[in-house]
Design a protein around this ligand. Sequence first.
Ligand code: PGA
Length: 254
Amino acid sequence: MSRKKIVAGNWKMHKTLEESMALTTEIRGMVRDELRGDTQVILIPPFISLAGMARLLEGSAIAIGAQNCHWEDQGAYTGEISAGMIKSTGATYVLIGHSERRMYFGETNEQLAAKTKTVIRHGLKPIFCVGESQQEREDKTYFKVIEKQITEGLFHLDRKEFSSVVIAYEPVWAIGTGLTASPEDAQEIHHLIRKLVANYYNEEIADALSILYGGSVKPENAAQLFAMADIDGGLIGGASLKARDFIEICKAAR
Ligand code: PGA
């Protein structure tokens, strides 16, 4: 299996510019000194830190990503940030459709489909997030929910466009709660996602797709999750704000 292992740290609305630079410096040193193998490490800070961090990380293998992006290239959208602006900072990834964006900002699959298209057109790579709520897990409708998120959010892309997509499965009930999906439960969904992609595109594209797990990943549970056949790394929230925890999770992805 040749697909890329990825560990991405989603800093959410944490860290001032100064704090971001300090944490980045710390992580950069640990990645250089301790990380072996070719796991792709991605840091996803608030927008204000992107450019500074990109400069700080020049010559390092760590990539930078943004947490959101507008679907239009420019215009009267006060408070929004475009893909071109993100690209100009040196970032290469963009999170699309994080459950907090869906939940608190009402982002719809239709908007996320447009964002994904725009991000790819600008040569950036989307990390497209999907996941079910606690209720949907209890009702056992989670397969359907995830299928709909993927179908409506991604399947407008052609094969070439889709090849730059990373998918993150993040069960909403596991985000920031300390509850983690068991490796087997997570594997079941990752496998389903890969099957959907194989059926719609083809086996080769599905095989090359990195699917990350997110939701209370910690140094203590990362290795078991990442050992599953279809789990290719993680999208880390809380634990990515501590350099030591984050690097231990990165090491577990080998
Ligand atoms: P968590 O967040 O690791 O704090 O649960 C994950 C995420 O929301 O990306």
